[in-house]
Design a protein around this ligand. Structure first.
Ligand SMILES: Nc1ncnc2c1ncn2[C@@H]1O[C@H](COP(=O)(O)OP(=O)(O)OP(=O)(O)O)[C@@H](O)[C@H]1O
Ligand code: SF4
Ligand SMILES: [Mg+2]
Length: 346
């Protein structure tokens, strides 16, 4: 068929096989990850074969509607999936090691050490019964930092995240601080061990717009100074436009587009990305986009009909889309999972 002839198989690749915009060895490499629930002989797949590479120092945005599998993909990295959800197949490599094969002790070293995560709800990762100081120093001591050095580092990172009066914050219990302060404490805690990768999963949605902006600026500033890699997981394409080098768009448990940020905003390739951009007033202007403005509802990834999962909402759908789900294909510098004909590529 014509559209197949136009795809050069040597260039049609998943990011894990070597994306055209990054020749570097990835720091994080997720390959063909399947996450779901296995009961007896029945498997329910929620994340359905995600491949994603992040190079050292790279900033990657992961966007998609609620339920597309963003959080489960990132929780797989640190083996923090909520049972009975688990990794069913695939590999997650960090610095060359397959994290799905580490024992608990080895994983504890990676968590909060080389890889740190900031979650949407700060209270979910803070202990309400312990002072902030104790929580940060304990995290550092778990990674081999001695008592005195941990105390010094705690004060230092609380200062770095712009908290006024770090001495008071150190001595406070979580309930004594505002949402914005707790979010900063979370960032301080995540950065204390100088991680090589920070995963920020919707770190800002629970906060008001001014505080959101401050937290985004803060992480951006710290990233520029420390050169850690950052994965931003968000609904908000407007946020990632400003912050990241590359955008990975997820839909129904799969990556449907993976492209450098400028390329994605100038020429979105997947119809879903196009629809997301249609709901944005303009790249990088800091407006919030509402992905829910796209007509129709996202499908349940574990109960998909045959063919392309975006079909019911897609203005370009044609016969083939009902038969076969497209893999990620190279579309002139953007990887996109779409059968659209070349004359419709942008
Ligand atoms: N603990 C769980 N048990 C069973 N199913 C789950 C569980 N957690 C998530 N799921 C299923 O996996 C799907 C994907 O969840 P995930 O949290 O990864 O989505 P998301 O893209 O992060 O969405 P959001 O933008 O709302 O955070 C959900 O729609 C839900 O159906
Ligand atoms: S494969 Fe078909 S239905 Fe799916 S996004 Fe492309 S054109 Fe639309
Ligand atoms: Mg989520």
């Amino acid at each position: 068929m014509r559209h197949e002839e136009t795809v050069d198989p040597a260039r049609a690749a998943t990011p894990a096989a070597g994306a055209p915009w990054s020749a570097k060895t990835p720091l994080l490499s997720i390959q063909d990850l399947v996450v779901g629930i296995r009961r007896r002989r029945e498997e329910r797949h929620i994340v359905r074969g995600v491949s994603l590479d992040v190079a050292a120092g790279e900033k990657v945005g992961v966007v998609g509607e609620s339920g597309s599998g963003k959080t489960l993909t990132m929780l797989s990295v640190l083996q923090l999936l909520p049972p009975p959800v688990r990794v069913l197949s695939g590999a997650v490599r960090f610095g060359g090691r397959d994290l799905t094969r580490l024992d608990d002790k080895e994983l504890a070293e990676v968590r909060g050490g080389e890889v740190a995560m900031v979650y949407q709800d700060p209270m979910s990762s803070l202990n309400p019964l312990l002072r902030i100081r104790t929580q940060i120093t304990e995290a550092l001591r778990a990674h081999g930092v001695d008592h005195d050095a941990a105390a010094v580092r705690t004060r230092e990172v609380l200062g770095q995240v712009g908290l006024p009066d770090p001495l008071r914050i150190e001595a406070a219990f979580p309930h004594e601080l505002s949402g914005g302060m707790l979010q900063r404490v979370m960032v301080a805690m995540a950065l204390a061990t100088s991680p090589r990768l920070l995963v920020a999963d919707e770190p800002t949605t629970a906060l008001d717009v001014t505080i959101q902006q401050q937290i985004l600026d803060l992480v951006e500033d710290l990233q520029a100074r420390t050169h850690m890699a950052v994965v931003w997981v968000t609904h908000d394409l407007g946020v990632v436009a400003r912050l990241v080098d590359r955008v990975v768009v997820m839909y129904a448990g799969r990556v449907v587009e993976d492209a450098p940020t400028g390329r994605l905003f100038e020429r979105p390739t997947h119809p879903y990305t196009e629809a997301l951009l249609g709901s944005l007033p303009g790249p990088g202007v800091g407006h919030r986009s509402a992905l829910t403005q796209i007509g129709g509802t996202p499908p349940d990834p574990s109960r998909l009909p045959p063919g392309c999962p975006y079909r019911a909402r897609c203005p370009y759908a044609f016969d083939r889309c009902a038969v076969e789900e497209p893999p990620l294909l190279d579309r002139n510098g953007s990887l996109a999972a779409c059968w659209k004909e070349p004359e419709l590529w942008r």
